[in-house]
Write a protein that binds this ligand. Structure first.
Ligand SMILES: C[S@@+](CC[C@H](N)C(=O)[O-])C[C@H]1O[C@@H](n2cnc3c(N)ncnc32)[C@H](O)[C@@H]1O
Ligand code: SF4
Length: 474
């Protein structure tokens, strides 16, 4: 097998000639498998005690494993109609300061004291500031947070330190300041450059605004720059996405995540504002827009890096795909250096690989109440069984590399893959007859057509969320 061919889109353009197939396999996907078991299956009986025990259980066996430290900032100045992230919209900076100085700091104190007391010294290799909008912090607060982290994280030991950037809220000086603070990777929320689409999603920001930020100096200091784009927004079509990608290619980010937008007006009522003039794209148009974006990016020299990601050939993400080190998780396709997360801030979730998931309260009052009572604000979590861990790895390989090499799993888990997943391999036979996968003696390979349905194919291996459920909800 030509191992590079998996990452090009080759003839996956044929997807658009297969409307019936798209309809058959399209499912109202609520899960994109950034975690498995998916969050709805984590247990609320997993609280503070379980969280602390899980650290004590995991750490002695994994002292040198790289850990990413995630910090969540749940505030934004203005609402984007598509947004599913956990955030509060406010113009009151005192509210942001109160969160940082009185709550996030307290959570950091609790964590630092617990780790010190138990002689736990994680090998922190990455930091990730996500949101909401970490760009909301003014320099004074940002610097306070960095100094607080420096008390227990050795910044000299860090690889990537990423900040999610809302380009409307920063200027070149701010980006240079981030560099001084140790940040070396920027992830910009771009979403779409078409003015009509931007109007629907309430996210006006021109290519020029981003261009002014990405000065030579900034590019030199931040060798990795990621853009997030969304696929399936109202008023997107082949022409608008072609223009958007033209601007993107001019701006030359080294990485891109092109995510299908999730539409959940049931949990976020404001999302209906996005469809006040035009509907969300249907199952066929989403694929057409995705396919167009994909093709234009590949034509411009990007390589595909998993289901929804792209990288320039000299970006570390591209090499991690070649080395099979890349990992798909809640931060997109990552180069896989640190796959264990310790996370702070409301809604933040962590993972100690193959063993545990845990998550803080989403709601500010619950998050704050726990900290007021000097408790870790843990909302839910899960201890993974061996079966969960194996299935998670299978799902990751489907989503990232579009294949399952049986040997890898036989060796890693001392199981006979074909026997262990006999039922799932049988269920995949109908996908094989539709041309989505090839089932060989040693592997399952998704065809270029099947790559488009990798979440649905991953779902076959999900014992918690039944495929029937998806099909009924289409
Ligand atoms: C939480 S935002 C933080 C970035 C920053 N606040 C900004 O918007 O510039 C991170 C990313 O989540 C993605 N996202 C938000 N809502 C989404 C949705 N409904 N479906 C898929 N992805 C979504 C967006 O692409 C966004 O860039
Ligand atoms: S997309 Fe970013 S800026 Fe917009 S509301 Fe969500 S978190 Fe805030």
């Amino acid at each position: 097998m030509d191992t590079n061919s998996e990452y090009t889109i080759s003839d996956s353009g044929k997807i658009l000639e297969n409307a019936n197939l798209i309809k058959k396999y399209h499912a109202n996907l609520v899960y994109d498998y950034t975690e498995y078991p998916t969050k709805g299956n984590w247990k609320e009986t997993f609280g503070e005690k379980e969280y602390l025990n899980c650290i004590l259980d995991w750490y002695p066996k994994n002292k040198t494993k790289p850990v990413l430290f995630y910090v969540h900032t749940p505030f934004c100045e203005q609402l984007c109609n598509f947004c599913l992230c956990s955030k509060e919209i406010t113009q009151n900076y005192d509210r942001v300061k109160d969160y940082l100085y009185n709550y996030l700091s307290k959570e950091l104190d609790l964590l630092e004291n617990f780790l010190l007391k138990n002689d736990v010294k994680f090998n922190y290799k990455e930091i990730y500031f996500g949101g909401g909008s970490p760009t909301y912090y003014k320099e004074k607060e940002f610097e306070y947070l960095i100094n607080r982290l420096k008390k227990f994280i050795d910044f000299k030991n860090l690889g990537d330190f990423t900040v999610e950037i809302d380009p409307r809220r920063v200027d070149e000086d701010r980006l240079l300041f981030y560099h001084e603070m140790g940040v070396n990777r920027l992830s910009f929320g771009i979403q779409d450059f078409d003015p009509g689409v931007q109007e629907e999603i309430n996210r006006p920001q021109s290519p020029d605004l981003v261009h002014k930020l990405l000065t030579d100096k900034v590019r030199k200091l931040f060798p990795v720059i990621n853009f997030d784009l969304l696929i399936g927004l109202p008023r997107q079509n082949i022409n608008t996405i072609t223009q958007t990608i033209k601007h993107v290619v001019d701006l030359k980010p080294t990485q891109l995540q092109t995510m299908y937008v999730h539409y959940k007006p049931g949990t976020r009522k404001y999302m209906i504002k996005m469809v006040r003039n035009e509907p969300m794209l249907d199952f066929y148009d989403r694929k057409a827009v995705f396919q167009t974006a994909s093709k234009k990016l590949i034509d411009a020299g990007y390589t595909r890096a998993g289901f929804e990601s792209y990288a320039l050939p000299n970006d570390p993400l591209a090499s991690s795909m070649k080395d099979k080190q890349a990992v798909y998780n809640s931060l997109g396709t990552q180069k896989g250096e640190a796959t264990n997360f310790i996370a702070v801030g409301s809604s933040a979730h962590g993972v100690l690989n193959d063993d545990y998931y845990f998550q803080n309260f989403y709601e500010q009052p619950l998050y704050r109440k726990a900290l007021d009572e000097n408790k870790f604000p843990i909302y839910r979590g899960l201890k993974l069984s061996e079966d969960d861990a194996i299935r998670r790895e299978v799902i990751r390989h489907i989503r990232t590399f579009f294949n399952i090499e049986f040997d890898y799993f036989d060796k890693k888990y001392s199981k006979n893959f074909k026997k262990y997943f006999e039922q799932e391999l049988n269920r995949l036979k109908s996908h094989e007859s539709d041309g989505l996968v090839t089932i060989n003696d040693n592997n399952v390979i998704l065809s270029p057509l099947g790559e488009h349905f990798s979440p649905q194919i991953a779902n076959i291996f999900d014992v918690y969320n039944d495929q029937e459920f998806y099909n009924k909800s289409t």
